[in-house]
Design a binder for this molecule. Structure first.
Ligand SMILES: [Zn+2]
Length: 230
């Protein structure tokens, strides 16, 4: 007696977890994930980070860009927005998009924006005062000049050192969230068109004028953190 029922099973109703499923073998020309899929995946990452509530909204633009603006209050409530560009996603595989999304989630959940405030807010205030006060303007020019000298001597100024630290933290956190290093390496390589000397931040929203690190350096740090991961 044939105990295997070969009748085709009736079509399954889509469940709430279906939006979480990414097809890792999807080729770049097979379209990009839907906004609902991206939002669901972001929610999943935030939940895995054990954050109780989230008001983080995913948005899609047409750009070759990915960035995040937001934070996490008291480690309990995440807020903000994550922006992913269609042009960028169109050249990435599903796993690579997953890495980029996880990278931006880490920026939000680790409160990277708030940690930058002491630098960006103070600088913004001084820039504002400098509009009316030539002496402050002169002081800021002196400070910028000092930063260039520091950079030339291999000493990264504090705000830039923090940016570097945050990027490396977001990369490592995203590899842990997605469980994969390979797509992180290939996504970051695509972001700079394979040029390992290229500045790694051309795709960040908060543009930093001086080179913080090359993509080659960023990938070396990733391999150093996960030497045995694929
Ligand atoms: Zn980043």
């Amino acid at each position: 007696m044939n105990i295997i029922d070969r009748r085709p099973s009736p079509p399954r109703k889509p469940g709430p977890l279906d939006a979480l499923v990414f097809d890792a073998h999807r080729l770049p020309d097979q379209g990009i994930p839907t906004l609902a899929q991206l939002q669901s995946r972001a929610n999943h990452f935030i939940m895995v980070r054990q954050i109780r509530s989230s008001g983080v909204v995913v948005k899609v633009t047409d750009d070759f860009d990915a960035h995040a603006m937001g934070g996490c209050f008291n480690g309990q409530a995440a807020w903000g927005e994550i922006v992913l560009g269609k042009t960028l996603m169109s050249v990435l595989t599903a796993d690579e998009i997953d890495f980029v999304l996880a990278h931006e989630v880490i920026h939000v959940t680790e409160n990277h924006l708030a940690d930058r405030l002491p630098f960006s807010a103070v600088r913004g205030l001084y820039d504002f005062i400098a509009l009316d006060e030539p002496i402050v303007q002169l002081g800021l020019m002196g400070y910028d000049f000092w930063k260039v000298i520091q950079q030339a001597q291999g000493n990264m100024p504090p705000a830039e050192a923090l940016t570097r630290e945050q990027e490396l933290q977001a990369d490592a956190g995203a590899v842990r969230l997605t469980g994969k290093k390979g797509p992180a390496v290939s996504a970051l390589t695509k972001l700079v068109g394979g040029d390992m000397q290229a500045h790694s931040h051309t795709w960040e929203a908060l543009t930093v004028e001086m080179p913080i690190m090359s993509m080659g350096e960023r990938l070396r740090e990733l391999h150093r953190t996960f030497p045995w991961w694929a």
